[in-house]
Design a protein around this ligand. Sequence first.
Ligand code: SIN
Length: 346
Amino acid sequence: MAAMSAHPPQQIPRRQWLATCAGAALLPFAQASAAQRDITLRFSHVVTEDTPKGRAASRFKALVEARSSGRITVQVFPDGQLYGDHDEMQALQLGAVDMVAPSLSKFGRIGLPEFELFDLPFLFEDLSEVRRVTLGALGQRLFNGLKRQGLVGLGFFDNGFKQMSANRPLLAPTDFAGLRMRVQASRVIADQMRALGARPVTLAFSETRRALATGVVDGTENPVSNFWTQGMHQVQSDLSLTNHGYLGYAVVTNQRFWEHLQADDRELINQALQEALEDARQIADVQNEAALAALRRSNTTRIHRLSAGQRVRLQQAVLPVHQALARRIGPDWFQALQDALAQPSA
Ligand code: SIN
């Protein structure tokens, strides 16, 4: 939509033009200019479009553009095209992009180690337990902390539960001995790999497949949808269905960008996002199941299931990881976590 011209257009009588300008001058500046403003919102992420996050971003774009009749455009940059996960948060803080959806494991390194609660191995039994945290008071408290970094948290959503991969089955702590395992930049995940006897190697998501292919690392962990869509099955012979940890995301925006939006644009964008995230929460399990079925059909990778006894032994091995995080962020966060998990399901 055209912004107001600086000169009176010839076809409007001067008296009418002046009256329009005088009326506009009474409006607060932001409202007068924003009322007609076209908006382009840049949304950057690091996974492919055919993942829970990719699907959520596309759905968000479709909803915003339809409801604003195209006045608000959402440009989605998937697969680390614009920024990788080492620099997307900084790009957001600098205003180079307007929205990102990093995994919760990536907030520790910007000074918010309490987000690493989500990385604790064997913490959640299922996604309904995750929701008690993300959609409740603890989720809000985590988002309040984002203000310290000039960010606003708009919503949580899931990818799902992570599995371990390497060129051998990973079913017991002894299987991990000496392996270099790629991890996200999370101290909890690094500690988890050490507790299992492996060496953690922090790498950006976009570098992971190549690092596996060239032997820079021996294995990694991810939900099956990420494993499959990155083609990691072509370079890993074994996937062990450990379901040992959760991978989820927070959609965050830059506080300056958010506060400068006109209230009804902010409402439209937020509403569309909440609907896209609700859809994403519904499809995460389905996407991972579909990826697992595709993986089975591809016949590239052996798939292993854990026995109950093997699961208990892995759980015991990683117990010190919980204690180490409690020391780092304080018992108060753990109490809040326990309270959230004790809530009845919504
Ligand atoms: C993501 O799903 O955004 C990436 C996860 C990873 O870095 O392993």
